[in-house]
Design a binder for this molecule. Structure first.
Ligand SMILES: *[C@@H]1O[C@H](CO)[C@@H](O)[C@H](O)[C@H]1NC(C)=O
Ligand SMILES: *[C@@H]1O[C@H](CO)[C@@H](O)[C@H](O)[C@H]1NC(C)=O
Ligand SMILES: *[C@@H]1O[C@H](CO)[C@@H](O)[C@H](O)[C@H]1NC(C)=O
Ligand SMILES: *[C@@H]1O[C@H](CO)[C@@H](O)[C@H](O)[C@H]1NC(C)=O
Ligand SMILES: *[C@@H]1O[C@H](CO)[C@@H](O)[C@H](O)[C@H]1NC(C)=O
Ligand SMILES: *[C@@H]1O[C@H](CO)[C@@H](O)[C@H](O)[C@H]1NC(C)=O
Ligand SMILES: *[C@@H]1O[C@H](CO)[C@@H](O)[C@H](O)[C@H]1NC(C)=O
Ligand SMILES: *[C@@H]1O[C@H](CO)[C@@H](O)[C@H](O)[C@H]1NC(C)=O
Ligand SMILES: *[C@@H]1O[C@H](CO)[C@@H](O)[C@H](O)[C@H]1NC(C)=O
Ligand SMILES: *[C@@H]1O[C@H](CO)[C@@H](O)[C@H](O)[C@H]1NC(C)=O
Ligand SMILES: *[C@@H]1O[C@H](CO)[C@@H](O)[C@H](O)[C@H]1NC(C)=O
Ligand SMILES: *[C@@H]1O[C@H](CO)[C@@H](O)[C@H](O)[C@H]1NC(C)=O
Length: 571
């Protein structure tokens, strides 16, 4: 019985509720401008997706809004349309969404503002309630949308965009449908925009205008989400082997980012890669908050830089961003190089000079023998040297001088070395006047060899040298002919010698006879003869006869022992 009653009530109730009131869903506020079309859609998803019965009312009237499309205010499908809106239209409107067994109502508090666009009074109205607020993202391409919500019966076209009451022009701006696309947004794009369109309804044209306040934000947007690594910059760092090194990774990122930051080597976290030695470690991240971004610092510490670290990229990662540095050995100081180079060069030059001085004679003689030409010197001379020596007078002559001048000198210089000598007392024609002999022949010689005998022995000999001879070699000095002074024995005191001899000694030095008068001293390869040959003109060797070759054999053998001690010669 009770069940039947309840059942009957449930059948009877819906018509009662429907008749009484619908469910209030929401109270909306709209603040459109007077003088232009305005429309409002009655939607309550998902209910309104179906075909539902919608009726618009103006409070407190119970009479629905007209559906006559010629009416200034009429209902067009779910829409309420004002063509155009007037200031008197302010009030509460509500739409009833009447389904078979449910009923909902939406209230709209419409407050119409009478505003002139771009008038001076505009700035005195800071809270323009009809304004739309939109955000453009700096550094990106972005767009603004013109809010033109009208039923299909309204045709909208010729949309124009304004900024600060001036029509927008320029490459960066493109009007596409209800949108204005803005390329490469910058801070100066902030400002008051407006979009204007022509609305045509049943043959009548109206102008619709939207005001849009545009703010620029650096925060959100595609490009903003990528963390920026300020340092490192894929650079290289010079560091000494074995030193300690700390490198910061400095990053800026958005406040709300979820990126992880770390240092990696060979695509592995350094703390893992060097987990055994802990020689290279990642520091603890430090973050500093700024108004619109965060700044992160995370360092990498090399307790000791090792050779294997050079040339390897150490990469700082922050989300998708990465940047690395590479260690390299310091470039040695350029000045150090220069000084080192100069020192080395000086050393080489000094060594070369020393070696040359020590081996000068050998080098020159070797050079002469290696690059000798077979031709004769075309200087009009007949002899290579004129040999001048104290001519013994009477019986007290020196046997040694004779041996040297008449036996050894010709043997070595003429026979072994191929020189041609003029020896007074051997080569002059008999009966010739002494002065003539000297005068004529000396001009035919390339060198003058003077044999000196120590004063104690040769006092008399020297004194007995003819005046002519002394005069000749005075003249020779003026001619610039090279003079080779050979001392038969060490001469301690030259003061008693003629001035010309003193001069030659001072200028060119003297070669002291060091040998005895044995066979060995008659070899061109002894120290003494090398010195003499060095001062002699470069001489072309005559081809030696087999007999001569045989004669030279012992000489060559002894030469080897001498050459081993050549380093002791002082220049
Ligand atoms: C719905 O709201 C209107 C206006 O605010 C009010 O008059 C009415 O009584 C409300 N109805 C219900 C069922 O709350
Ligand atoms: C407005 O209402 C219609 C039904 O009349 C609906 O199809 C459309 O999606 C609604 N438009 C908006 C912008 O909510
Ligand atoms: C809802 O619609 C039905 C017809 O579909 C109608 O009879 C009823 O009066 C409507 N209710 C209201 C509150 O408009
Ligand atoms: C409608 O809005 C106006 C201005 O915004 C306000 O003064 C008024 O109280 C509102 N009415 C209701 C019923 O909320
Ligand atoms: C974007 O604008 C800035 C100046 O506002 C300019 O420096 C930059 O080159 C522009 N970028 C492009 C891609 O046009
Ligand atoms: C624009 O946005 C910035 C933050 O991005 C904010 O500080 C500022 O108040 C906004 N300006 C306006 C007019 O809304
Ligand atoms: C990284 O940031 C820190 C803290 O601001 C600063 O001390 C350091 O010099 C920066 N390093 C580099 C390489 O920019
Ligand atoms: C880097 O790692 C790979 C394996 O992950 C290894 O084969 C390679 O030798 C490593 N390189 C260096 C330089 O450590
Ligand atoms: C580095 O390692 C990650 C996974 O840890 C992998 O996805 C990536 O391909 C590797 N990159 C290189 C260059 O080996
Ligand atoms: C490196 O980071 C550590 C924290 O992990 C900090 O104590 C240290 O001061 C940092 N070193 C430098 C030079 O910034
Ligand atoms: C982080 O860096 C700031 C500024 O560079 C500094 O004042 C602060 O002490 C650092 N914090 C830590 C834990 O190192
Ligand atoms: C540094 O190198 C990374 C690859 O390791 C690259 O993605 C990045 O663009 C480079 N950055 C610069 C400033 O060259």
């Amino acid at each position: 019985m009770l069940l039947l009653l309840l059942c009957g009530m449930s059948i009877a109730l819906p018509p009662f509720i429907r008749a009484d009131a619908c469910r209030n869903i929401s109270m909306l506020h709209e603040t459109p401008s007077a003088g232009q079309p305005f429309a409002f859609n009655c939607t309550y998803p998902p209910l309104t997706f179906r075909n539902v019965y919608v009726t618009w009312y103006k409070h407190p009237s119970k009479i629905p809004i007209s559906k006559n499309i010629q009416s200034r205010i009429h209902q067009d499908q779910n829409w309420i349309l004002f063509l155009p809106l007037t200031w008197e239209d302010s009030g509460i409107y509500h739409c009833v969404i009447n389904d078979t067994n449910t009923c909902h109502s939406i209230h709209v508090n419409l407050t119409v503002f009478k505003k002139s666009w771009c008038s001076a009074s505009r700035n005195s109205q800071p809270n323009l309630l009809d304004e739309y607020k939109q955000i453009l993202h700096a550094g990106n391409d972005d767009s603004l949308t013109c809010h033109l919500n009208f039923p299909r019966s309204c045709v909208l076209d010729s949309i124009k965009w304004y900024k600060d009451c001036k029509e927008i022009k320029g490459e960066r701006f493109t009007s596409v449908g209800k949108k204005l696309s803005v390329n490469n947004v910058s801070a100066e794009d902030r400002g008051n925009y407006a979009c204007q369109a022509t609305l045509t309804h049943t043959g009548r044209q109206y102008t619709v205008l939207n005001r849009i306040t545009v703010n620029i934000t650096e925060k959100v947007g595609n490009g903003r989400r990528i963390p920026k690594i300020i340092y490192p910059k894929n650079n290289s760092i010079e560091v000494q082997l074995g030193s300690t090194l700390i490198v910061d990774c400095n990053i800026t990122d958005t406040k709300d980012n979820t990126n992880l930051r770390c240092w990696r080597v060979n695509n592995t976290s350094v703390d893992i890669y060097y987990s055994a030695s802990r020689r290279i470690q990642e520091g603890i991240e430090n973050e500093t908050s700024f108004q619109d971004h965060k700044f992160y610092t995370v360092n990498i510490t090399f307790l000791e830089v090792k050779m294997e670290d050079y040339g390897h990229p150490f990469t700082c990662h922050a989300g998708v961003s990465a940047a690395y540095f590479v260690l390299k050995l310091p470039v040695p100081d350029f000045r150090a190089y220069l000084i080192g180079g100069l020192v080395a060069l000086t050393g080489v030059v000094v060594s070369v000079l020393c070696i040359y001085n020590i081996f000068k004679i050998d080098i020159v003689l070797w050079y002469r023998s290696a690059f000798h030409s077979t031709g004769t010197i075309e200087d009009g001379k007949l002899y290579d040297a004129y040999v001048l020596y104290p001519r013994p007078q009477g019986e007290s002559q020196s046997h040694d001088v004779d041996t040297l001048v008449l036996k050894i000198l010709p043997e070595v210089l003429e026979r072994q070395c191929g020189y041609k000598l003029f020896i007074f007392g051997r080569d002059e024609f008999p009966g010739q006047a002494v002065a003539n002999v000297i005068d004529e022949n000396i001009k035919l010689c390339r060198r003058l060899i003077i044999i000196i005998v120590p004063e104690s022995l040769s006092f008399d000999l020297l004194k007995n040298m003819s005046e002519e001879q002394i005069a000749v070699y005075n003249a020779l000095l003026q001619d610039g002919m090279k003079v080779i002074l050979i001392e038969l024995e060490k001469v301690e005191d030259y003061t008693s010698m003629p001035e010309s001899i003193q001069y030659i000694k001072q200028k060119h030095g003297a070669i002291q006879w060091s040998g005895d008068f044995t066979e060995q001293s008659q070899c061109a390869k002894t120290k003494f003869w090398k010195k003499v040959r060095y001062h002699m003109p470069p001489k072309r060797y005559r081809p030696l006869s087999p007999v001569q070759l045989l004669k030279r054999t012992p000489c060559d053998l002894t030469a080897g022992t001498w050459e081993a001690s050549v380093g002791f010669i002082t220049p």
